[in-house]
Design a binder for this molecule. Structure first.
Ligand SMILES: [Zn+2]
Length: 147
């Protein structure tokens, strides 16, 4: 399965360099290693193009967020910078993960993924977390100029 063309398209859309993809046995579906400059995708998705597309788009959006938050100084950047300094991940999330999905950075990454994959890759996805899709759809309708 060749993911390189997809990686390049998503990176081009976001104005970033494509990060290398590695399959690893991890707890999460995917994980961004920003210092090491790669994205790890759970080995169970090695032959699942849609899950890989979701992971790549989501994690690349986080790379974009890190650049964006340090480049400008509007309200959104300030909020993003403070979230970035205090990131919630699977190691410190609450039982149901409510503090994880309530982060604006995660909402933005999930929303970008849904919007981008539908519009540019003809892949339609729905979030597994109940009720979260309505929030994502609302975020998309308000922020589509930014996605
Ligand atoms: Zn994320």
């Amino acid at each position: 399965m060749d993911l390189k063309p997809l990686c390049q398209r998503v990176a081009d859309r976001l104005g970033i360099d494509p990060l290398e993809i590695k399959f690893e046995e991890i707890i999460d579906d995917s994980r961004l290693y920003i210092k090491e400059e790669y994205v790890a995708i759970n080995s169970k998705f090695e032959n699942d193009y849609v899950e890989c597309a979701k992971a790549i788009t989501h994690e690349y959006r986080h790379v974009f967020q890190i650049f964006y938050a340090n480049m400008f100084n509007d309200d959104r950047d300030r909020r993003w910078r403070s979230e970035l300094s205090n990131l919630v991940n699977t190691s410190n999330m609450s039982d149901k993960g409510s503090n994880y999905i309530s982060q604006e950075l995660e909402l933005d990454a999930f929303s970008f993924t849904k919007y981008y994959l539908d519009k540019y890759e003809s892949i339609r996805i729905n979030n597994k977390i109940a009720g979260y899709d309505e929030i994502i759809d609302k975020y998309i309708s308000i922020n589509y100029n930014f996605l």
